[in-house]
Design a protein. Structure first.
Length: 284
C-alpha cells in the first residue's frame, strides 16, 4: 500500500487565499487592515530573505507591512524602543523580531516581551503558557500548520495514539499540546528516549521534529498511520520506506514547510480581530 501524500503547498495556497478573502471582508466591515511589523537588526542575508518573504506574503493578502531595519551595531535600547512603539501602535496587529540578533542585543529577551495579543509567532513564554493550559491565545505557526493539514485530511485525533519526536519550544512541545487539546493520547520522545522505534510503532499519528535526516525508519511506522515530517531542509523520515506503510504522509519539501507563513498570515488577521473585538474572537 502506498500512502497518500499530503500536499502542503496546495493547502498553504488555499489558506492564504482564504486569509485574503477574510481580510477583504474585515476591511469591508469598516476596520483598518491588519498590520504585520517585522524588526530586523543587522545585515544577515538569510534573515533579510525570511523577513522579505513574510512582508511579501502579507502584502499579497492585504495585510499592511511595517518593515523596520536597524544597522548591525544598533543598541539594545534602540531595538527595545522600536518594539515598545510597535506594541502601542494600534495599526500594528502582529510583531516579529527576527532572531538571532547581533550579540549586543538580547533578542530572545526582547522577543519574550512582545505583548501576547501581538505575538503572531506564538512563541513568547506567555503564549506558550496559555497553550500549555489550554487557554485561548495565538499559537506557533508551524504546529498550527500541522493541525490544519491533519484537519483538512480528516485525521481522527480523538483517542488516537500520537507520538511526537522532539521537544523543542518551536515545534515539539507546542504540537504535543495541540494534539492533547484535540484529545489524542500524546507521547513526547527526545534524545534520551529508550527504544524510540518501539514507541513510534504505537503511533496512529507520528510527528517527527528532530533535525536528523532519515532518523525515522520505514519499519517504525504502524501500517496506515499518518506521518508528519517537520525536518527541514531534509526530512527526518525515510520517506520512500515510510510511504510503503503509512496511510498519509507529508513529503519534504512541500509538506509542512509551506504552511508556516500561511499560518503567520492567519495569526495576524486573528490578532487584529481579537484586538478590535476581544470577546469571542477567533482564537482557539
Ligand atoms: P531542535 O530545537 O534542535 O530540537 C530537536 C529535538 O529533537 C530535541 O528535542 C532533541 O532532543 C530531539 N532529538 C535529537 N536527536 C534525537 C534522536 N536521535 N532521537 C530522538 N530525539 C532526538 O529542533 P526544532 O527547532 O524543533 O526543529 C526540528 C526540525 O524541524 C529541524 O529539521 C528544523 O529545521 C525543522 N523545522 C521546520 C520548520 C518548517 O518547516 N516550517 C519549522 C521549524 C523547524 P533533546 O531535547 O533531548 O535534545
Amino acid at each position: 500500500m502506498a500512502a497518500e501524500r499530503i500536499d502542503g503547498k496546495a493547502t498553504a495556497q488555499d489558506v492564504r487565499a482564504q486569509v485574503k478573502r477574510d481580510v477583504a471582508a474585515w476591511v469591508e466591515r469598516g476596520h483598518e487592515p491588519p498590520g504585520l511589523a517585522t524588526v530586523l537588526v543587522g545585515d544577515d542575508p538569510a534573515s533579510a530573505l525570511y523577513v522579505g518573504s513574510k512582508q511579501k506574503a502579507s502584502a499579497e493578502v492585504g495585510i499592511q507591512g511595517f518593515d523596520h531595519r536597524l544597522p548591525q551595531d544598533a543598541a539594545h535600547e534602540e531595538v527595545d524602543a522600536i518594539l515598545q512603539e510597535l506594541a502601542a501602535d494600534p495599526r500594528v496587529s502582529g510583531i516579529l523580531l527576527q532572531l538571532p540578533t547581533p550579540p549586543q542585543v538580547d533578542g530572545s529577551g526582547l522577543a519574550a516581551m512582545i505583548p501576547p495579543g501581538k505575538d503572531v509567532d506564538g512563541l513568547t513564554p506567555v503564549s506558550a503558557g496559555l497553550l500549555a493550559q489550554g487557554r485561548p491565545g495565538l499559537r506557533p505557526c508551524t504546529p498550527s500548520g500541522i493541525m490544519e493539514l491533519l484537519r483538512r485530511h480528516d485525521v481522527e485525533l480523538e483517542g488516537a495514539e500520537a507520538v511526537v519526536v522532539g521537544r523543542s519550544d518551536l515545534v515539539g512541545r507546542p504540537i504535543s499540546s495541540l494534539l492533547l487539546a484535540a484529545n489524542a493520547t500524546v507521547t513526547v520522545c527526545h534524545s534520551r528516549t529508550r527504544d524510540l522505534a518501539e514507541v513510534c510503532r504505537r503511533a496512529d499519528v507520528l510527528v517527527a521534529a528532530v533535525g536528523r535526516p532519515g532518523l525515522i525508519q520505514g519499519d517504525w511506522v504502524k501500517p496506515g498511520a499518518t506521518v508528519i515530517d517537520v525536518g527541514s531542509p531534509v526530512g527526518d523520515v525515510d520517506f520512500e520506506a515510510a510511504a510503503e506503510r503509512a496511510g498519509l504522509i507529508t513529503p519534504v519539501p512541500g509538506g509542512v514547510g509551506p504552511m508556516t507563513i500561511a499560518m503567520l498570515l492567519r495569526n495576524t488577521l486573528l490578532a487584529a480581530q481579537a484586538a478590535a473585538e476581544p470577546v469571542g474572537a477567533g482564537w482557539s
